[in-house]
Design a protein around this ligand. Sequence first.
Ligand code: AMP
Ligand code: ZN
Length: 114
Amino acid sequence: MKDCLFCKIAAGEIPSNKLYEDDQILVFHDIDPQAPVHFLVIPKEHIDSAACLTEENAPLIGHVYATIARLAKGLGVDESGYRVVTNVGEDGGQSVKHLHFHVLAKRSLAWPPG
Ligand code: AMP
Ligand code: ZN
């Protein structure tokens, strides 16, 4: 989608600190990390937010979570734990309107979130 930051990152038009990439998704480190490990998982296809997901997206979302589990293991945080968050809309605190999953780890995370 034109003028979408994460579409531009997915297309390689804007550089990112990449962790993993395949034909469906891109994983890169957050530019403003909120934990010692903080990366983002985005679909390459533009989807506004989790509010737009349908049953047809089930394989994509399964792939996202399977990839997160594999990367978390590779980073050695599968046993210490981590948090996966997707913010939706204004009250959810979504600033980039392209579906993304935050993965935060290597510190104890408070609950409930602010
Ligand atoms: P959200 O506020 O949930 O929409 O999350 C957007 C995230 O994207 C924030 O954590 C930002 O720090 C991150 N972000 C914004 N621009 C970039 C960028 N160019 N590269 C990596 N992360 C970014
Ligand atoms: Zn986009």
